[in-house]
Design a protein around this ligand. Structure first.
Ligand code: PLP
Length: 401
């Protein structure tokens, strides 16, 4: 029955971790998977998350009944407030809706399904390069065309704004574009606020639907408000758009699969229409969402003291990344590694797009037991004060060999 089914190609980032786990070398380093690590190289359960979990475990009023199809209301409201900022006019005007999803991935898939069914979308534009799953999600949702817009200027290691604008101007009117709200994955390079305004204007002129992918709020600058700039600006302009929010990274809730599809519409009537149709889509895919992650996020965001603690803990993560950028840069400079490395300190967020070639990446893996994606992206959080020198030496060797 299954003989014709071919073994699927491995998913690079998971295959890399499996290879890393098998590696017996003592000083091995996994720079592949996008998850935060402490300076001891360990996963971090945020202390405020632990506190919320203890509180939840002791709350006899909670139970395991089904959640509403659209998810936990206190969570969805808190997620929208975090995104847009307390008192934002779109919230006051009651035109923002949220549907709880299975991580940011689920939010993107739900958006893809909704846009195809109700706005007749069949073309999507993703940045070149982008997170490895964007194309696949839209392909799986049946989009006829998955196009790329230029984003990265390889020669100068910066944003290729003119290329991006030109490609967006050339997109058909009915297209969807995915824009990374902050901490672009994999390049760690975001538009400035003025550049955002230009990008948004072009999309508006061309009537391109903007799906904002917001997987790293707080990780780019350490400031949750600043990182949400493009989304808040768009909502102020009265633009209708969607945001795929993820709490995997900024709450460290990777395996709880907690996301939200925030839908910014023009009025309460539109909000009702999109939410109820999304509920019917959800009903057919996962029926209703899981509870634990939503309750953690709602408990923290709806309690002022917890919220303040969480903001500090997001800063702790962002600052540690910044420090690792600085240390890696300084080590490479002191080794005299050929090439320019300023991009490591200029880039922001979880990742650095190193510029290492496929051959150099292979050299890192095969000779130094340091695992990273073929495209040269490294997870800055996987660096520690103990391994940064080892990694810098290996980069130096790979570049020179
Ligand atoms: N979007 C981007 C750009 C990401 O990097 C990721 C995860 O790495 C996601 C979305 C999906 O996040 P989640 O794990 O919450 O599905």
């Amino acid at each position: 029955l299954f003989a014709h089914v071919e073994v699927a190609a491995p998913i690079e980032v998971f295959a890399l971790t499996a290879k890393y786990n098998e590696d017996k070398f003592q000083d091995k380093v996994n720079l592949g998977v996008g998850a935060y690590r402490t300076d001891e190289g360990k996963p971090w359960v945020l202390p405020v998350v632990r506190q919320a979990e203890i509180q939840m475990a002791n709350d006899a009023t909670l139970n395991h009944e089904y959640l509403p199809v659209a998810g936990l209301p206190t969570y969805r409201e808190a997620a929208a407030r975090l995104l847009l900022g307390e008192g934002h006019k779109a919230l006051v005007e009651n035109r923002v809706e949220g549907v709880q999803t299975l991580g940011g991935t689920g939010a993107i898939r739900l958006a893809a399904e909704f846009l195809k069914q109700f706005l007749n979308k069949s073309v999507v534009y993703v940045s070149k390069p982008t997170w490895g799953n964007h194309k696949g999600i839209f392909k799986a949702a049946g989009y006829a065309k998955i196009e790329e817009y230029r984003y990265w200027d390889d020669a100068n290691r910066c944003l290729n704004l003119s290329g991006m604008l030109e490609d967006l101007k050339g997109a058909p009117e009915n297209a969807v574009v995915i824009l990374h709200t902050c901490a672009h994955n994999p390049t760690g390079t975001d538009p400035t606020q003025d550049q955002w305004k230009e990008i948004i204007q072009v999309c508006q002129d061309k009537k391109i639907f903007m799906l904002m992918d917001c997987a790293y709020q707080g990780f780019a600058s350490g400031d949750l408000d600043k990182d949400a700039f493009p989304v808040r600006y768009m909502a102020e302009q009265g633009i209708e758009f969607f945001v795929a929010q993820s709490f995997s990274k900024n709450f460290g809730l990777y395996n709880e699969r907690i996301g939200n599809l925030a839908m910014i519409t023009n009025n309460p009537d539109m909000k009702l229409r999109v939410r109820t149709q999304c509920e019917l889509i959800v009903r057919k895919i996962w029926s209703n969402p899981s509870n634990h992650g939503a309750r953690i996020v709602a408990t923290v965001l709806n309690n002022q003291a917890y919220y303040e603690e969480w903001k500090q803990q997001v800063k702790t993560m962002a600052n540690r990344i910044q420090l690792m950028r600085q240390l890696l840069y300084e080590k490479l400079r002191s080794l005299g590694t050929p090439g320019t490395w300023e991009h490591i300190i200029k880039q922001i967020g979880m990742f650095s797009f190193t510029g290492l070639s496929v051959r150099q990446v292979e050299h890192m893996i095969n000779h130094h037991h340091i695992y990273l994606l073929k495209e040269g992206r490294i997870n800055m959080c996987a660096l520690t004060t103990k391994n940064v020198e080892y990694v810098a030496n290996a980069i130096n060797d790979s570049v020179k060999s």
